[in-house]
Design a protein around this ligand. Structure first.
Ligand code: F3S
Length: 284
């Protein structure tokens, strides 16, 4: 309660909202490498991508699309072995900003290859991180995003199982249960990154006490979408926004507690603008 017993609109921002250390590191690497090329946008945030483009950091679809001898930056998602060697042949200099949590999974994929084990990645098949991980083994590999996909796997004796770093922890467990029905000896490595896990847990706790949740993130950002999915389950009045301009006054009632969280690719300035907009609405 505030204002002499009159309940008013209040806003709480999650402590872990915004850039994780891997994304911050990749954005800084791209900034200091400018002019340079990245394979795909450095992060899924149009504002940051536009700022980097103004500095001369451009995105290319393939290593061959990069001008010969130019500087290249590998973003935090990482790339597969073949893509990395094509990049090294093409570019004059390669700055590898693969997040260390992702690089650790590349090592596991290589381990699976050395042991002759199939690799199963629990994650979105078309996500660049998942494609990159699978690119570090020449043995059979699979991507499964849910139980149905896991149940459709061929029957296997043994396999190494890892997950996309931003996968939802509880869902990983249920997908692994389905994998175990298809693989007699599944070696499961829990590779969800701690920054993602902590952010998701904090967002859910906040959503449990909030009347309205705002999840700030790029529409293409997989981790932001997963965050929205999680908070939406406990707080039905949740909204996914890319920036402060999308906020509508009609979403709030006078006594609401509003929680704000943001994906790992959301810059601090966007979160600050959302907080400032909420401040204006509180005053009204
Ligand atoms: Fe790395 Fe985790 Fe961020 S894997 S890029 S610290 S979400």
């Amino acid at each position: 309660m505030r204002g002499g017993g009159i309940r008013v609109l209040r806003t709480i921002i999650a402590r872990r909202a915004g850039f994780c250390f891997g994304v911050r590191r990749a954005v800084e690497a791209a900034r200091s490498a400018a002019p340079a090329y990245t394979l795909g946008p450095v992060i899924h945030n149009p504002r940051v991508v536009a700022e980097l483009a103004a500095l001369g950091v451009l995105s290319a679809d393939t290593p061959e699309a990069i001008p010969e001898g130019a500087r290249a930056v590998v973003r935090s998602h990482g790339v597969g072995r073949d893509t990395l060697s094509r990049l090294e042949k093409r570019a004059g200099q390669v700055c590898d900003a693969t997040c260390p949590f992702v690089a650790r999974i590349h090592d596991m994929a290589r381990e699976a290859e050395s042991a002759g084990l199939p690799l199963i990645v629990v994650g979105e098949e078309r996500h660049p991180e998942v494609e990159g991980i699978r690119g570090w083994t020449n043995c059979q590999s699979y991507a499964v995003a849910d139980e149905a996909a896991a149940m459709a796997l061929p029957a296997m004796e043994r396999a190494l199982v890892v997950s996309q770093t931003t996968f939802i922890a509880e869902r990983f467990e249920s997908v692994c249960a389905a994998i175990r029905a298809r693989v007699r000896e599944a070696q499961v490595r829990k590779t969800i990154c701690p920054a993602t896990r902590d952010r998701q847990q904090e967002a859910v706790r906040l959503a449990q006490s909030a009347d309205v949740m705002l999840v700030v993130g790029g529409r293409e950002s997989s981790n932001s979408r997963k965050l929205f999915e999680l908070v939406g389950k406990v707080c039905p009045r949740s909204h996914f926004i890319e920036d402060a301009r999308e906020i509508e006054n009609t979403w709030f009632h006078p006594a609401d507690l509003v929680g704000i969280t943001a994906g790992a690719s959301t810059p601090d300035c966007t979160i600050k603008e959302v907080a400032a907009r909420m401040n204006d609405i509180e005053k009204q």
